[in-house]
Ligand binder design. Structure first.
Ligand code: GLC
Length: 524
């Protein structure tokens, strides 16, 4: 498998650092906590960790409001802790990816403080400042993704600044060459410290229309949807010039060898795949989020797999994401039984899988009481289901210990459920054991890592496909329904089933049974 880059062979595991492991009793996870759990990640069988932002931040959006791109927030530790973590991870064979947040900084970043200090400050143009409309109101109709106008009035300099998210997150002006240089230097700062790549926050939003034209009304908008859906994002996202910026980031990473550039991009597939660029000059992996919102049925998933595969440019490497810190957990979206099927799907599809911490023990969304709400998205627009606290609850390590051994203090969000790594560790029928078996199987079977995907089909509730590499042929069948089904197979052997006792079973050619909610991998 040597022709592939590590990020093509490997499996990525996302850590939300506030919630993974606390080491100092303040109720918030930290770098030393992550360090103490690296052995667990090795035993799980993943290859890389992506850590959500750990930079100094006022935490208006829990680290996605960066006040210093080249340091560590004391809440998470120090640059020395970071170095120790990277070195330790590397010794264990794990790669470390950071979250890069280039679209906006915190309003407390010295760059913004300078920029807002006067209209003729040299950094004025580092952010997006505009005069008011003739009536004194905001310069145009652009809306914030956290609700309300995206323009904030600055009384001191009597102009508005643009923020796609919170007012505490002013957008940087990526048309400014100095901003580009400064940001590429930030990448180098971390690459010099051994970082293996980046997940780039809201990559498709970096450039806005040069003429600041009004966004058109969205004819499909209905009540209950987030506020900014009232408008189409015609002039605020996916502008053609963004690709030039992606190329410059890719070029910076290439100065350091095999480093990975992943883009957070919520766009339909035809637009998404443009972020690969041409001949490898774009993002290595524009995140493919389709599974996060897919209707959970065999026909829909089959169509999605086929369409994605045929939309990929020739050089492009696919990827699939099953969960993240912005969306309900998979076990809550599809139910705990189907979450096992989803695990088999994620780890047998063609392309690099990204797992979200806690999904490997089947964590479900936590219930957050009205007094426990932390997420600014929920505070600004309550009750429309945008709150992201439920999927950010602390990792459950050991249910026999207080706070599931996440912290010795008071956890910043409540512990969601009673299951834990410790409970599942030696139980062969647990979700954790399923993930471990799948990750071993993936590691040992080239067809799963670099094989083609073929014969993707849905028959009733059963989704089937094949992975092929040279003469190895693996058959995958997933029963996404609640009733037993039959599936036509060739003669073969079951390598793995979500029903553990089927491993090694010989399949005869013809109709074979698949229990409700069973997924299996067989070799022919
Ligand atoms: C991304 C992050 C999200 C954050 C937003 C603003 O979507 O994943 O958590 O709120 O960017 O930075």
């Amino acid at each position: 498998m040597s022709k592939l880059a590590w990020w093509q062979r490997g499996v990525i595991y996302q850590i939300y650092p506030r919630s993974f492991q606390d080491s100092n009793g303040d109720g918030i996870g930290d770098l030393r906590g992550i360090d103490a759990r690296l052995d667990y990640l090795v035993s799980l069988g993943v290859d890389a960790v992506w850590i959500s932002p750990i930079y100094p931040s006022p935490m208006a959006d829990f680290g996605y409001d960066v006040a210093d791109y080249c340091n560590i927030d004391p809440m998470f530790g120090t640059l020395t802790d970071f170095k120790q973590l990277v070195d330790h991870a590397h010794r264990l064979g794990l790669k470390v990816l950071l979250d890069f947040v280039p679209n906006h900084s915190s309003d407390r970043h010295p760059w913004f403080e300078e920029s807002r200090s006067s209209r003729d400050n040299p950094k004025r143009d580092w952010y997006l400042w505009r005069d008011p409309a003739p009536d004194g109101g905001p310069p145009n109709n652009w809306l914030s993704r956290m609700g309300g106008s995206a323009w904030e009035w600055d009384e001191h300099t009597r102009q508005y600044y643009y923020h796609a998210f919170l007012r505490e997150q002013p957008d940087l002006n990526w048309r400014n060459q100095q901003v580009r240089r400064a940001m590429n230097d930030v990448l180098r700062f971390w690459l010099d410290r051994g970082v293996d790549g980046f997940r780039v926050d809201v990559l498709w939003l970096l450039i806005k229309d040069a003429q600041f034209r009004d966004n058109p009304l969205n004819p499909a908008y209905g009540p209950g949807a987030p506020d900014h859906h009232r408008l189409l994002q015609t002039y605020t996202e996916d502008q053609p010039e963004v690709h030039e910026i992606v190329r410059s980031m890719r070029a910076t990473l290439s100065e350091y060898g095999e480093r990975v550039l992943i883009g957070e991009i919520y766009l339909p597939v035809p637009q998404l795949v443009k972020y690969y660029g041409t001949n490898g000059d774009g993002a290595d992996m524009p995140f493919n989020f389709q599974l996060l919102s897919a209707a959970w049925n065999a026909g829909e998933i089959a169509r999605m797999i086929r369409d994605y595969d045929s939309a990929l440019p020739e050089h492009a490497w696919p990827n699939w994401v099953l969960g993240n810190h912005d969306n309900p957990r998979v076990a809550s979206r599809v139910g705990t039984a189907q979450a096992r099927v989803a695990a088999v799907l994620l780890l047998t599809l063609r392309g690099t899988p990204t797992l979200y911490y806690g999904d490997e023990i089947g964590m479900t969304d936590g219930a957050i009481g009205p007094d426990e709400i932390q997420d600014p998205a929920e505070r600004r627009q309550p009750g429309i289901g945008q709150g992201r606290d439920p999927e950010r609850t602390p990792m459950q390590w050991d249910s026999s210990l207080p706070n599931a051994a996440f912290t010795s203090g008071k956890p910043w969000l409540p512990i969601a459920t009673t299951t834990s790594v410790r409970d599942q560790d030696s139980d062969a029928s647990s979700v954790l054991s399923l993930y471990r078996r799948l990750l071993i199987l993936r590691r040992n079977n080239a067809a799963l890592v670099q094989g083609t995907i073929e014969h993707v089909a849905a028959n009733g509730d059963v989704l089937t496909y094949e992975r092929r590499y040279h003469d190895q042929r693996l058959f995958i069948a997933l029963n996404m329904g609640v009733e037993e089904a039959t599936v036509q197979t060739g003669a073969g052997v079951v390598l793995l089933s979500t029903l553990a006792d089927r491993d090694g079973e010989v399949l005869v050619e013809g109709a074979n049974r698949l229990a409700a909610g069973e997924a299996l991998i067989a070799s022919f």
